[in-house]
Design a binder for this molecule. Sequence first.
Ligand code: HEM
Length: 141
Amino acid sequence: MADKRVFTLSQVAQHKSKKDCWFVINGKVLDATSFLVEHPGGEEVLLESAGKDASKEFEAIGHSKAAQALVLKYQVGVLQGFKFQQEDSKDGVIKETKGKEMTAFVIKDDGLPKYAAFIEFFVPLLVAGFFFAYRYLLRAE
Ligand code: HEM
């Protein structure tokens, strides 16, 4: 891939037809011609952005991670003067990193000792027992 080719926006603007459709997403110049028919959002939206910087539209849709990764497949170069933020993507090519998944545990610790559950169960039972015993004794008198 010609990942270090630098294009100006006016160069990108020359590729705005169905047979030659380029646009820019976050500083990456993409040739999405072969992707037009495959795009799940339809080719019309892509053609509307043809030859332009479609970063805002792309972000506005809230494209999935998979879609963002797919962008790299169609990259032909970078936009002149665009400052890439990530260290590893100075040339506009974000190397795929093995995603480190974040996991979290919530350790439930309400500070009660283990026998608390035992007490919570038996104390109401005892109270009820005393109540019925008391009533029984009252009737017996
Ligand atoms: C090469 C660039 C692009 C790729 C690889 C791409 C990929 C995708 C993918 C995979 C989806 C399915 C949903 C998802 O996984 O997020 C999608 C949906 C969509 N895309 Fe793109 N897209 C690109 C550019 C654009 C641009 C520039 C626009 C707007 C101007 C756009 C508008 C949409 C819309 C409207 C949907 C449908 C969303 C929905 O139905 O909820 N896409 N795109």
